[in-house]
Design a protein around this ligand. Structure first.
Ligand code: SF4
Length: 218
């Protein structure tokens, strides 16, 4: 039986969907490296992660909420959860009426064609539903570069896709095996682990460099 200590990080879903090797390097081997994209993302999240609540009329928001889902076996943090007065919502201590939660995830870049951002958002909503015992019908993605908020309906298809990805990512991390690198012209140049991974080198040369790097660090 799995314990809460076995839960994977919410971010592992996106890492696994982007590249299983990247997920293994980060969540199995605990490797991490900054590049321009992660640093810009961190600065954006630091601005959001003030931990403060804001209240205006029928709007209430809380930043940096810890999340967990037993169903998905994940744990993590939501950038921002907005609550709006709604009779299908949940009570908030010290406030009148019921309030419907809506997770808002901040992204550094622009809207993407793939579903990774929407899956991460849906996973946050499923955590909130479990923790607050309610239904979260939609979430929002804020794209910094576009200065655009995209509303995302959390329908059955997206929920099924999220559950399947969480199942596969949990299984993958539990197996503890790092797959070999396969260079992708679309993904690798943007990957923060490009220098650690060395996807263009032949396997034996790459492993040698990798071990040299580990011993240098020690
Ligand atoms: S550099 Fe490429 S193959 Fe290596 S982890 Fe990153 S995306 Fe995956």
């Amino acid at each position: 039986m799995s314990s809460e200590n076995d839960y994977i990080m919410l971010s592992a879903l996106q890492h696994y969907a982007y590249c299983p090797r990247q997920c293994a390097l980060i969540h199995i081997e605990q490797q991490w490296a900054e590049n321009r994209f992660t640093v810009e993302g961190d600065i954006l999240h630091e601005r959001v992660d003030s931990g403060e609540a804001e209240s205006r009329g029928e709007y209430y928001s809380v930043r940096t909420i810890r999340l967990q889902s037993k169903a998905l076996q994940i744990t993590g943090v939501a950038d921002l959860v907005e609550f709006r007065k709604d009779e299908t919502g949940v009570p908030i201590p010290g406030k009148k009426g019921l309030w419907l939660p809506c997770p808002v995830e901040y992204k550094r870049g622009t809207k993407k064609a793939d579903d990774w951002d929407r899956i991460q958002l849906c996973a946050q909503a499923i955590c909130l539903e479990e923790m607050l015992q309610c239904t979260v019908p939609r979430g929002a993605l804020w794209y910094q570069k576009d200065k655009h908020r995209e509303w995302v309906t959390l329908d059955e298809a997206l929920r099924a896709e999220t559950a399947e990805l969480a199942r596969a990512a949990n299984e993958f991390v539990a197996a503890g095996k790092t797959p070999k690198a396969e260079y992708s012209a679309k993904k690798c140049p943007r990957c923060s682990l490009l220098d650690v991974c060395q996807p263009k080198l032949p396997g034996s040369r790459r492993e040698k460099l990798y071990y040299e790097e580990i011993f240098k660090a020690e």
